[in-house]
Design a protein around this ligand. Structure first.
Ligand SMILES: [Zn+2]
Length: 297
């Protein structure tokens, strides 16, 4: 009898271990920090589109999506497109996309570009804030939602070739047959570097109904600010500054999360070592809270 009970317990334990991935109940901030560190490391050589370092970053993202058991989007994680560089050469860009099926057919597309400026004059532009920060957040938020059934179907897109023309985002909106079902884009680009605990949610001037939702979320120690989205802001209007722009041009509502420009912006000093980690973790938590709130509305 004792043996039977023991056998039962052991079997239950084994079955327990082999069951699908445990649902993440909170943001995995340890992995978040590890991901931003690796994506902005010198090995990735600044992740310029079409380079080996860019391919290495892409492999890393695919591995992390796989580890998170994030289902693929449209048959495969990768979405290829080509773009012409200013010198006339054609380069292949590759987006990495996964999805979590929700209760409804409506789609929320969450985006972050993983490319950056590469190496210039022998200096590596590591792009820790721009935009290893958004890419690592994308992985963390995807990991949070896998194994759940959200209200909307969530698409997680790590986009290529943002620098120099928002090419990955433009290719995505052009090639995806599902665009008619997209109700919202949430874009993250530079979300880790600020010394005043300030994070911007851009786009509510165009889509005021989204502000009402954002005003309800817990922002902890972060000041979540609105703005940078009015025509009168002139060169401080970020409406067309990152991958949310191609969505906005189609009339799809967007929220873009980002920080004020800073001393490391597009400089070789945008490294992992200069990132204030506490701010970054809290910033990603606020964005996760926003995604949850948007999904519930
Ligand atoms: Zn960027």
């Amino acid at each position: 009898m004792k043996n039977t009970v023991l056998l039962f317990l052991v079997s239950a334990l084994i079955i327990g271990c082999s069951s699908p991935k445990q649902r993440a109940l909170t943001l995995d901030t340890d992995h978040l920090i590890e991901d931003i560190r690796i994506l902005s490391s010198d090995e990735m050589q600044g992740r310029l589109v079409g380079t080996e370092g860019n391919a290495m970053a892409r492999e890393y993202i695919i591995n992390r999506f796989t580890e998170a058991e994030l289902p693929v989007f449209d048959g495969s994680y990768t979405h290829d497109f080509s773009l012409e560089r200013p010198n006339g050469n054609t380069v292949e860009g590759i987006n990495v996309i996964g999805m979590v099926e929700g209760l409804s057919d409506s789609l929320i597309v969450i985006t972050a570009h993983y490319d950056h400026l590469g190496v210039r004059d022998g200096l590596i532009f590591n792009g820790a804030d721009d935009n290893a920060s958004g890419t690592a957040a994308l992985i963390a938020i995807a990991d949070y939602f896998t194994g759940t059934t959200p209200n909307h179907t969530l698409i997680f897109a790590a986009l290529d070739a943002e620098e120099g023309g928002l090419n990955g985002a433009r290719a995505f909106v052009m090639d995806s047959v599902l665009m008619e079902r997209v109700v919202l884009n949430i874009n993250m680009d530079m979300i880790s570097q600020n010394d005043k605990n300030e994070l911007y949610a851009v786009g509510t001037y165009h889509y005021p109904e989204l502000k009402t939702i954002l005003e309800t979320i817990d922002t902890g120690e972060i000041s979540l600010l609105f703005g940078h989205d009015r025509p009168e802001d002139q060169n401080q209007d970020w409406t067309f500054a990152s991958d949310h722009a191609p969505f906005h041009r189609l009339g799809i509502p967007f929220i873009y999360f980002g920080v004020e420009d800073h001393e490391h912006y597009h400089r070789p000093t945008d490294t992992f070592e200069t990132i204030p980690q506490e701010f970054y973790k809290q910033s990603v938590q606020v964005i996760l809270n926003a995604v949850i709130a948007m999904d519930n509305n």
